[in-house]
Design a binder for this molecule. Structure first.
Ligand SMILES: NC(=O)c1ccc[n+]([C@@H]2O[C@H](COP(=O)([O-])OP(=O)(O)OC[C@H]3O[C@@H](n4cnc5c(N)ncnc54)[C@H](OP(=O)(O)O)[C@@H]3O)[C@@H](O)[C@H]2O)c1
Length: 285
């Protein structure tokens, strides 16, 4: 009897430019897994119907992207402690007919820093630009990994203050909110941009940091991956800093989601290559 494939997907709005289908399908091909992965553009008012449809069709799991990462939490049977702390879900898996929401964004970020630069974040002083959804996941994972101190700089200071308060409930590292333009008195080891500034379509926006602060003792990381080298990373390279782009986070969060669905880690290099090829196709079309 023919075996049906496992069904997986990413849901978002819009979703057309997602690199996830290419990455996951490449991993299935490489491991000869009988599975399909597709992108579904789901308008917010159809999210409940979509989740019900996926339950009925026994999806093994799915990824969730903007704007559904928080709204989906109420439609699932359970969320992991990580997802609850972060307040967002990017990965859903099925277990005993229950849909469980998880979040692999922050752990994916830390994994990519370790795998690409061999950087151990333990004991590091870290400054994050931005206090949105991505910042929440990354900050949580960095605190879990044992950073020394965290500063969060945000355009609207109150959002940085709120995030700081939430993180402090669960983590013991000192965490401070700072206004844009302010800088910690002590030096920092790792600077992470989690704002969209520098992304295609946001290139004219001003970086929320003076680039003369960058130096060759720092790692500078930008989670934006279109373009590959953002203005922040270009300035960091000039300053002699080690640089880290956003594609690795995307690939590693996808690899961790894959592990939830199939119980093994996928070939991360295959997924990365597929994502790069997809981006190349976009540029030449
Ligand atoms: N590499 C990956 O895997 C990955 C994963 C997730 C997200 N991302 C990227 O990360 C970025 C943020 O995503 P998100 O989900 O966190 O978005 P979000 O929840 O909307 O948060 C955006 C943050 O950026 C700040 N911001 C926006 N425009 C700004 C500007 N012109 N100047 C200064 N600050 C600005 C916002 O500040 P206010 O609070 O003041 O508005 C907010 O703190 C996006 O570019 C996304 O593509 C990458």
């Amino acid at each position: 009897m023919a075996e049906f494939p496992a069904y997986l997907a990413v849901i978002g709005h819009p979703v057309a430019h997602s690199l996830s289908p290419a990455m996951h399908l490449a991993a299935y091909r490489s491991l000869e897994i009988n599975a399909c992965y597709t992108g579904y553009d789901v308008e917010p008012e159809r999210l409940r119907d979509m989740v019900n449809a996926m339950r009925t069709l026994h999806f093994r799991g799915f990824n969730v992207t903007i704007p559904h990462k928080t709204a989906i939490m109420d439609l699932l049977d359970e969320c992991t402690p990580e997802a609850l702390r972060i307040g967002a879900v990017n990965t859903v898996y099925e277990k005993d007919n229950r849909l469980i929401g998880d979040n692999t964004d922050g752990l994916g970020y830390v994994a990519s820093l370790t795998h690409e630069l061999d950087v151990d974040v333990k004991g590091k002083r870290v400054l994050i630009l931005g206090a949105g959804g991505a910042a929440r996941g990354i900050a949580d994972a960095l605190c879990l990994a044992g950073i020394d101190t965290l500063w969060i700089v945000n355009r609207h200071l109150e959002k940085a203050v709120h995030l700081t308060e939430q993180l402090t409930i669960h983590h013991s590292a000192p965490i401070f909110a700072l206004e844009t333009g302010k800088w910690p008195d002590t030096g920092i080891d790792l600077l992470i941009n989690t704002t969209p500034v520098g992304m295609h379509g946001h290139l004219s926006e001003e970086l929320p940091i003076a680039t003369d602060r960058l130096n060759d003792r720092m790692v500078v990381s930008d989670i934006v991956y279109r373009p590959k080298v953002t203005p922040l990373l270009a300035a960091a390279e000039q300053a002699g800093a080690k640089t880290h782009g956003g594609l690795g986070m995307l690939v590693e969060q996808g690899a961790l989601a894959f592990e939830k669905w199939f119980g093994v880690m996928p070939p991360v290099s295959v997924m990365r290559e597929a994502a790069l090829q997809e981006m190349q196709k976009e540029r030449s079309s």
